[in-house]
Write a protein that binds this ligand. Structure first.
Ligand code: ADP
Length: 488
């Protein structure tokens, strides 16, 4: 028994019975085609790749790989559909978008299970966060469809045209919603590509969209990897690219679209600072630290992956944090008790393990709970790194996994300087009882979103996006309409 100064000792000795979510009601096809012009069609080259369950390495389904010819067919369908879709009244467009929202709600359980099967995230998160938020995004933007004149008074907003949308694997359905909902509400048509490791909920969404009777060609969903994405980016008849993913690919897309007519928004990496002051409600802050870094296995661009604790509170916070991570449940993503699911892919697991090795080599002190990880699938224990400095690579670079680096600070000016010392600028968190401190920090931190006494809270009405190498453009809220309209 360890010696605790407070009596909040919480040993991880509880045994939970298994509580697996049922998969009986889930319909997954053996093979998925491309959704182009309102139909599921075979890829021109006939190539399919497997999508794998990252928690057990088993194949779930075969998924079409779109070639440049397929991308061309999808863009042509979107172009044909643009004329009538953009001329439809906002009220009529809104009806379709509301219909998509309602059908996601109706099939929420199915979406949640497939999201967890395909991507490895805990069912608790896909059920309570990803899917409801995706439906809410459609509801929210459906509401704007007939009110654009109020969103942009006296400016006569017009849709841009065909939007090419490329999304990552960490929030597959939610990212599809963030992209498709504002595009449709403003009268654009869409060619969307989900990430290669998590295509299934986007393909389910294609089924929902077909069921809604959305005019053919308005939304096209095509699957494939980086090359397919590049074909969308380089297609001459695409008017707008919306990309969420790594900073590396974002830079490539920025170069590829430079000098073209294409409008571009990028939502890229991050290395969010989570700042705990000595006057914070410490137990809540510890929960906030856990949520900031271990939500979705840390596969979150706005994760609070750099923790800054005021020196006077550091011993207490770190002790409570270690106690808390000892209790996290790692395992089957479909078990309702699970806190930390599977790492999304072998490639991402290697990246994370490589960073852990770099941290050790750089002399940082590691803490991981004693836990047994499942034998098959991709797993990583929650990891804390202490005794790190600003120059450590694990402090500077995005890891995109359940790895937290912990530093201390004494003054407000010091922590602002440290928090801003990063090429990124996506998110930050501040924990203090004092409102004036919160306002001071929110004004001085270079981050697109700053959470106060909470973290990783998302809402369709709030704009989200970055500064510096975290990208530009905003998604969500009134701001999220802007990248999809042009003015006379
Ligand atoms: P990660 O490195 O974390 O896998 P990526 O940025 O590579 O993230 O992936 C995000 C999305 O970008 C995925 O849908 C992926 O297929 C796509 N993608 C990857 N490379 C390119 C590229 N060169 N052009 C366009 N899209 C790409």
């Amino acid at each position: 028994m360890r010696n605790h100064a407070t009596n909040t000792t919480f040993k991880a000795s509880w045994k939970y019975s298994e509580a697996p979510e049922s998969t009986d009601h889930i319909q997954i096809k053996k093979q998925y085609d491309l959704y182009i012009d309102g139909n599921f069609v075979k890829p021109v080259k006939g190539k399919y790749v497997d999508t794998i369950n990252p928690s057990n390495d088993k194949k779930i389904a075969g998924v079409a790989e779109a070639s440049a010819e397929d991308v061309d067919l999808a863009v042509k369908a979107a172009r044909r559909a643009f004329k009538s879709w953009s001329n439809l009244s906002g009220r009529e467009r809104g009806k379709y978008v509301f219909r998509i929202a309602r059908l996601i709600q109706e099939r929420a359980r199915e979406f949640a299970v497939i999201e967890s099967l395909d991507g490895g995230k805990p069912i608790r998160e896909s059920r309570d966060i990803d899917i409801p938020l995706a439906a809410n995004h459609f509801f929210y933007y459906a509401g704007w469809a007939d009110k654009l004149a109020y969103a942009f008074p006296n400016r006569h907003p017009k849709p841009i045209g065909v939007a090419g949308q490329i999304i990552p694997w960490n929030f597959p359905l939610l990212m599809a919603a963030w992209k498709i909902a504002p595009a449709l509400a403003t009268g654009n048509t869409v060619v969307l590509k989900p990430a290669e490791t998590t295509p299934l909920t986007a393909l389910k969404l294609a089924e929902v969209i077909q069921q809604c009777g959305l005019p053919k060609g308005v939304v096209n969903i095509i699957t494939g990897a980086g090359e397919t994405g590049a074909s969308i980016v380089n297609h001459p008849d695409v008017d707008k690219i919306a990309f969420t993913g790594s900073t590396e690919v974002g830079k490539y897309i920025q170069k590829a679209t430079a000098g073209t007519h294409k409008k571009l928004t990028l939502e890229l990496g991050g290395k969010g600072a989570n700042i705990i002051f000595e006057d914070a409600a410490i137990d809540q802050a510890v929960e906030g630290i856990i949520n900031a870094i271990f939500f979705n296995q840390g596969h979150v661009c706005c994760a609070g992956s750099r923790l800054f604790v005021q020196e006077s509170a550091a011993d207490l916070v770190i002790r409570k944090l270690k106690d808390r991570i000892d209790t996290l449940i790692i395992g089957d993503p479909l078990d309702k008790n699970t806190d930390i699911g599977a790492i999304n892919s072998k490639k991402q697991l290697e990246t994370i393990q490589n960073y852990i090795a770099i941290g050790l080599k750089e002399g940082a002190e590691i803490y991981q709970p004693k836990c047994t990880l499942p034998k098959t699938g991709n797993w990583c224990a929650p990891t804390l790194f202490l005794n790190v400095s600003q120059s450590h690579r694990i402090v500077q670079e995005e890891i995109f996994g359940p790895v937290l680096v912990i530093q201390t600070f004494r003054t407000i000016d010091e922590v602002i300087e440290k928090a801003n010392n990063t090429p990124y600028g996506l998110s930050a968190g501040v924990w203090t009882q004092k409102g004036s401190k919160i306002f001071h920090l929110t004004q001085n931190l270079n981050a697109g979103v700053v959470w106060a006494n909470t973290f990783n809270k998302f809402d369709p009405t709030s704009p989200f996006g970055g500064y510096k190498e975290s990208g530009y453009g905003r998604e969500g809220g009134l701001h999220g309409l802007k990248p999809y309209v042009k003015f006379d």
